[in-house]
Design a binder for this molecule. Structure first.
Ligand code: THU
Length: 157
């Protein structure tokens, strides 16, 4: 038996003004996208924006359903939208932001496990890692350089 350990590297910015402009711009796209969140059940509005390699931006929001598991997260609506509209265009970075409905206070919004698995699939499909930006529970802006850092021991097939 061997005891192993894992460590992950990420960048942390304590406020929005500290963020490099490329992240600020994508963050604002994700914030703006929240307007189309359909979240009458959780009242938790999530916006996601993906910057593609050609500079275009594709957004997504959480889409809920009365049968709860039939709903979908903002990250997955954005990624699948990109997969349909620009199947071969690689991702540069993806930003996720969340607030309670009707509020502007940022909530902690690291992606859920299912979305992390889908992010890995896009890295595999495009043979390119992409950055992931979200806020943590202390309000810091976190930048991960790849979904592999977020999801060790992911499912592979
Ligand atoms: N949600 C996301 O959009 N992304 C995540 O990574 C986790 C959760 C949504 C799903 C649901 O509409 C609401 O947040 C509360 O779980």
């Amino acid at each position: 038996m061997k005891s192993e350990s894992l460590s992950i590297n990420y960048k942390s910015f304590s406020n929005f003004n500290e963020l490099p402009e490329v992240y600020q711009r994508l963050w604002n796209e994700a914030l703006n996208a929240r307007k189309s969140s359909y979240s009458p059940y959780s009242k938790f509005t999530v916006g996601c924006a993906i910057e593609l390699e050609d500079g275009s931006v594709i957004t997504g929001t959480n889409q809920e359903n009365a049968a709860f598991p039939a709903g979908l997260c903002a990250e997955r609506t954005a990624m699948y939208r990109a997969g349909i509209h620009a199947p071969r265009t690689k991702f540069r970075r993806l930003a996720i932001c969340a607030t309670k409905a009707g509020e502007d206070i940022l909530q902690s919004a690291p992606p859920c496990g299912g979305c992390r698995q889908v992010m890995l699939e896009f890295e595999k499909r495009h043979q390119q890692k992409f950055e992931i930006l979200f806020t943590d529970a202390s309000g810091n802006f976190i930048v991960m350089e790849s979904a592999t850092n977020l999801f060790p021991f992911s499912f592979v097939f």
